[in-house]
Design a protein around this ligand. Structure first.
Ligand code: DI6
Ligand code: FE
Length: 407
């Protein structure tokens, strides 16, 4: 055993429902894996070189943010202010604002600049106990710029204290070069960008924006077929602003998750249930866009569709680098329970990234990714915002201290 954590109250999430609490627990770590996790009476830590007394801290699986656009340049604060001063969105868009302004800034930025910016934003997530983050491309929209974004995401993943899953989102918006010809752009994504990203092992999954202002269900399906040809997993931004049937299409093609889904209907929910697709809820975008349409939480519950929660961190619709704020918003806006929220950022988020075999729970054989908290009850994770409750994180077996203060 390389490291032993003692004196912990452990939330394993290792079960179908409930937090699965074990008080007076210990966790033994060997290399990057959990070798033991259970009550102290089942384990003898004498003679182990590195014993960390956690002083009764709450320990959860490391949190997983399964949907972010962390890599981009610039920001849209002036646009935010313009809109609050009454300038219509269309006018801003015509003047080169909106998503295309982020595309322009991202194309102009170097890999080093993008890396530095993303790393700073990531610190906010780490401070909330995140140990795994998904990062999408989608602000390059050329072959070179999409690959550039993915290389930056991979480089973030080389940091010792974070795991990164990368997603190619070339079908995010129509680039200006193709403004009259979306089909040719989709063809280019399928024939050039997906094969190159797969060839260079830069993407774990492929995502699409299936929407009136994005791409049609048919175009998204074409992108998914190309992704499957190259062995990449599928994810979708679907039913965010309207119901195009993108979620059901994605589910039937075996997508890991469909994300946003405020406008998903009962038929769509049934498709997710039938296909084992995760429903990823993004309350930050719901909040920032002042959306009124609620995602179909009750139907998802009734059909036991796993629900994940993520930040969707991006400059246009969710500039909020805090997974705990998302947990709180999922409670206040969507009436999810703190228990559902914790599952949403651990087990279900792992499933949304195709990682449930090795991340998202505390049990023997799993990657040793943990969050160690100055908290008494797991509901506090969703209840309180902005208090630095995190003591430390363990990422792939290594310990990273966040604060030394005692309570
Ligand atoms: N849905 C969103 O909310 C973001 N992308 C997407 O497909 C918006 C991205 C942006 O405005 O920059
Ligand atoms: Fe998104």
């Amino acid at each position: 055993m390389d490291r032993v954590l003692t004196n912990i109250n452990m939330i394993t999430l290792d079960g179908d429902t409930g937090y699965q609490v074990i008080n007076d627990a210990m966790i033994g770590i060997e290399k990057d894996r959990i070798a033991f996790a259970g009550h102290k009476e089942h384990f003898d830590c004498h003679g182990h070189p590195d014993v960390v007394d956690c002083q009764g801290a709450l320990v959860t699986p490391g949190l997983i943010d399964c949907h972010t656009h962390l890599v981009f340049a610039g920001n849209r604060a002036t646009e935010f202010e313009q809109r609050l001063n009454g300038v219509p969105y269309e006018e801003i868009a015509k003047a080169g604002g909106g998503i295309l302004s982020t595309v322009k800034a991202t194309r102009e930025a170097s890999e080093d600049t993008l890396y530095r910016l993303a790393r700073q934003r990531l610190q906010g997530l780490k401070n909330d106990g995140v140990t795994t983050v998904e990062i999408k491309s989608g602000y390059g929209l050329t072959l070179d710029d999409e690959l550039k974004m993915l290389r930056v995401a991979r480089r973030i993943g080389e940091m010792p204290d974070i795991n990164v899953s990368t997603t190619l989102l070339a079908a995010h918006a129509l680039p200006p070069e193709y403004s009259d010809d979306p089909n040719s752009y989709i063809q280019f994504v399928c024939d050039e960008i997906i094969p190159a990203a797969a060839q260079e092992n830069l993407a774990d999954a492929v995502d699409v924006f299936c929407e009136g202002i994005g791409f049609s269900t048919q175009q998204c399906q074409q992108v998914f077929r190309a992704a499957q040809k190259h062995g990449l997993a599928l994810k979708g931004h679907t039913e965010q602003l309207s119901n195009l049937g993108g979620s059901a299409m994605a589910a039937r093609m075996g997508a890991l998750s469909v994300d946003h889904i405020e406008y998903l209907d009962n038929e769509g929910v049934a498709a997710l249930a039938a296909c084992g697709t995760v429903a990823t809820l993004l309350p930050g975008a719901f909040y920032f866009l002042r959306e009124n349409q609620m995602p179909p939480i009750d139907q998802l519950r009734q059909l036991n569709v796993p629900m994940a929660i993520a930040t969707d961190f991006n400059p246009g619709t969710s500039p909020i680098a805090s997974i705990r704020t998302m947990m709180n918003m999922a409670c206040t806006f969507f009436r999810m329970t703190p228990e559902e929220c914790l599952q949403g950022v651990t087990t279900n988020a792992a499933q949304a990234l195709g990682m449930s075999e090795f991340r998202g729970q505390i049990r023997e054989g799993m990657q040793a990714d943990l969050a160690i908290w100055n908290l008494s009850h797991p509901a506090e994770l969703s209840y309180r915002i902005g208090v630095p409750d995190l003591k430390a994180r363990v990422v792939n077996g290594d310990l990273f201290i966040h604060q030394h203060s005692e309570r």
